[in-house]
Design a binder for this molecule. Sequence first.
Ligand SMILES: Cc1cc2nc3c(=O)[nH]c(=O)nc-3n(C[C@H](O)[C@H](O)[C@H](O)COP(=O)(O)OP(=O)(O)OC[C@H]3O[C@@H](n4cnc5c(N)ncnc54)[C@H](O)[C@@H]3O)c2cc1C
Length: 368
Amino acid sequence: MTVYDVAIVGAGPAGSCAAIAARHAGARVLLLDRAEFPRDKACGDGIAAHALDVLAELGVPDPVAGYAPVPVLRMVGPGGGAVARALPRPAYTVPRRVFDARLLTEAVATGAEVRTHTVRHLDVRDDLVEIDGEFAARAVVGADGAGSVVRRALGFAPNPPGHLALAIRGYAPARPGGGQPSRCPAAAWAAHPGAGPVGDGSANIGYGELLRGRPVSRAHLLDRLFALLPGVDPAAVTGLRAHHLPLSTRRPPPGRGRIVLAGDALSLINPFTGEGIFYAVLSGALAGDAALAGQEAATRYTASLRSRLGRHLRHSRAAAWLASRRWVVDRAIRAADRDQRVFAALVDLGLGDGLLDGRTLGRIAAGR
Ligand SMILES: Cc1cc2nc3c(=O)[nH]c(=O)nc-3n(C[C@H](O)[C@H](O)[C@H](O)COP(=O)(O)OP(=O)(O)OC[C@H]3O[C@@H](n4cnc5c(N)ncnc54)[C@H](O)[C@@H]3O)c2cc1C
C-alpha cells in the first residue's frame, strides 16, 4: 500500500485548498471524494472577497472568472428595515458546480492525486492512518463537510441544537435588472431569504433556520422561502436542495495527533450569515500545511488556526449572541444604513474575519 504524506477526505473548498497547500509544501497528497466532479453542493454560491484573498495567496488562477461582481449587498432585519450598499470589496455568485471544480482542477495541477471513494473507516496506527484498509497516510485532513465521517471517527459529537442550522436553496429565473443579493444578518437564522443573481438568467434563492431541537421539514422551509419571496413562482424553481450548517459557535477541537478537521467538518460556518467558504478555504490551507507535521499536525494546526482566526471567532460568537435579539439586528441595520463604516464592519464580520469594534457597537447601541 502506498503511504501518502497527507490524505484529504472531501474535495470541496476546504479539501482542495488543503491539497494545494500541502503540495506547495512538497507533500505527496491523496484527495478522496465520494462524488465525481463537477458536482453540485447546496449553497447560496456567494464568494466573498476574503475567500478570494486566500485563493490568490494559494495561486489559484481567477476562480470567479466569467462572473460579474455582486454590485450591492442588501441586508434585511426582522422588523422589515433594510440597507442596500455597495460592498467595500467585490463578492461574486458562482455556482458551486463551477467554483469547486475550478479549485479541484488547481489541486490536480499542483500534483495531488484524486480518487472517487466514499470514506467509511479510519484506523490510527503508530506511524500512520489507514483509510478503509485501502489507503494510508502520515496525516489526514477531514474536509468532508457537515456530516463529517472523520469528525465522527475522532469521537467528536455533531453540533447540538442551537448551534446547527438547516437551509434550502434553489435557482429561480432572475428578476429583470438582476435584483440584489440579499442576506439577513440572521436573527439567529430565524429568517435568511437570499436572492443572488448568478449572471446566467437565474438567481440563487435560499432560506435557513437555526435548529432548536424540533425537526424542521423540507415543506416548512419551502413555505417560508416562498412566503418571503412572493414574486417567485415555485413551479419555476429548480435545483432545490437542503443541507445542514454547523455554526462556529460550537466547534470540536481542531484535531488530534495525525488527524485534523477543516471547513464545515470543524463547524466553521459564520453564525451571523451562514457563510462558510472563506473559513473553508482558509482552514483548508492551514490544515494542509500543518498536516506535514505528521503526529504533530493537530498541535501545529491548532496554533495556526488560533493565531489567524481566534479573535474573529470570539467576536462573531458574541455578535451572534447579540443578534439573537431581534431589536439588536434592527438597530444594526439602521446604523448600517446611516453609516458606511458600520456597514463595512458588519460585512467584514459576516463574510470574513472582521471584529466587532467599539465604534460599531456604539453606533448600534445608540440606534443611529
Ligand atoms: C443553503 C446553503 C447556503 C449557503 N450559502 C453560502 C454562501 O452563499 N456563501 C458561503 O460562503 N457559504 C455558504 N454556505 C456554506 C457553505 O456551503 C459551506 O460552508 C462550504 O461548502 C464548506 O466547504 P467544505 O469544503 O468544508 O465542505 P463541502 O463543500 O460540504 O465539501 C465536502 C466534500 O466532502 C465530500 N464527502 C463527504 N463525506 C465524504 C466521505 N465519507 N468520503 C469521501 N468524501 C466525502 C462531499 O462529497 C463534498 O464534496 C451555505 C450553505 C448552505 C447549506
